[in-house]
Design a protein around this ligand. Structure first.
Ligand SMILES: C[S@@+](CC[C@H](N)C(=O)[O-])C[C@H]1O[C@@H](n2cnc3c(N)ncnc32)[C@H](O)[C@@H]1O
Length: 361
């Protein structure tokens, strides 16, 4: 069993400097030992960072209500309905959603299956533990290909969604060379035993925007995530009818190129501390970058989806609560739930950076 540090050193020694995307891939997903493979309690107060899910069950309950509304519309077609979650982590969000559906929409609950896309066997095992009481209704697949194979079906009616999945895909890090007016890619090499940044020649990536290039300072750094875009394309490809939803922190392309943010959005998290030392202790800290929602939106539209809405998390959750029918379920929020709603929507907590993109076919 190789630790990420050893796997990285070995690969760099064998083939020379690697892209940051490869560094991030091994640091987070090295089989058995990567950050997301080995660390179960990364989310929540005792972990490295909090997510909307770890604030309490209200987030999942509001999503469940929204999904039930969407699924009720699809139900008319008389087909099998699915909720598909990717990046289900420890299964808590799935449990919150399924609990709500079972309690408040039992007839819909008995009709649907909840499918989880999870490449990691370790994570699947943790999720199975959390979701044991829903066992007959939940199925696992490692990815979309595996899903198509196992269900012998490339048609899917329902909702495909993720919370904080897109920010966890390995990103490429590009820098601007103002003198030569070209983009270069940041890679990782070894300086003795330590990991160090190195400029890679001949990167296959670049950004075309002549207006920007005239004003960008030398060394301006930005991330791109072809893996997140290609995941979204695959999700769009399998959705026959229904919704594709992403909740994550991110920007539009325009916002991403802020003159104030010259070093991109890549950050490392360990025990609730944010760090710019992205190369420290691979496998022991989370690495994440803001999502470029314009790129994701474009990928979905190119795959034939219609964009229903792109808004902030507070707008999305408030709209749910404002729906007439929602009153029946959420009118009497107790003090704990009110606190959860505030954490989810307040700009000083999760309300500022989080966005929601909803597309449909
Ligand atoms: C930041 S965590 C999000 C946790 C959870 N959704 C929440 O909101 O608390 C990102 C999760 O995405 C998972 N992940 C990464 N790539 C994935 C992929 N291709 N398919 C499914 N899950 C993936 C990681 O293993 C990790 O559990």
């Amino acid at each position: 069993m190789k630790m990420p540090t050893d796997a990285l050193r070995e690969e760099i020694r064998q083939s020379g400097a690697i892209t940051f995307a490869r560094f991030m891939e091994l640091a987070l997903y090295c089989p058995e030992t990567g950050y997301y493979e080995s660390q179960k309690d990364t989310v929540g107060r005792r972990g490295d960072f909090i997510t909307s899910v770890s604030t309490g069950s209200l987030f999942g309950e509001l999503l469940a209500f929204q999904f039930s509304e969407w699924l009720a519309e699809l139900r008319i077609v008389n087909c099998e309905l699915r909720i598909v979650e990717a990046g289900a982590h420890d299964g808590k969000l799935a449990a919150d959603i399924l609990n709500w559906l079972k309690t408040f929409r039992p007839e819909l609950f008995s009709e649907i299956e909840y499918w989880i896309l999870e490449p990691s066997a370790n994570r699947q095992a943790w999720q199975r533990e959390t979701l044991a009481s829903f066992a007959p209704r939940v199925r696992w697949f490692s990815d979309f290909e595996n899903l198509k194979l196992k269900t012998q079906n490339s048609k899917l009616h329902g909702v495909i969604f993720s919370n904080e999945l897109l920010d966890a895909f390995p990103v490429h890090r590009l820098g601007w060379n103002a003198k030569e007016k070209t983009w270069f890619e940041w890679g990782i090499t070894l300086a003795g035993e330590k990991f160090a940044w190195a400029r890679l020649e001949n990167s296959e990536f670049g950004i075309r925007n002549s207006e920007l290039e005239a004003v960008l300072p030398d060394g301006y750094t930005i991330e791109i995530s072809p893996a997140a875009e290609s995941w979204w394309r695959a999700a769009a490809g399998i959705l026959t009818r229904g919704k594709l939803l992403a909740i994550d922190y991110g920007f539009t392309s325009k916002e991403q190129f802020s003159p104030a943010r010259t070093q991109g959005t890549l950050r490392a998290y360990h025990r609730h501390r944010v760090s710019d030392d992205l190369l420290a202790n691979p496998g022991e800290q989370d690495l994440t970058a803001h999502v470029n929602f314009s790129a994701i939106q474009k990928a979905g539209e190119a795959a034939g989806l219609t964009t229903d809405s792109f808004c902030t998390q507070p707008q999305f959750l408030t709209r749910i609560l404002q729906k007439g029918v929602a009153e029946k379920y959420f009118s009497g929020l107790d003090a704990k739930q009110v606190r959860q709603f505030q954490t989810l929507t307040h700009p000083e907590h999760l309300g500022r950076a989080f966005r929601v993109l909803a597309q449909s076919r």
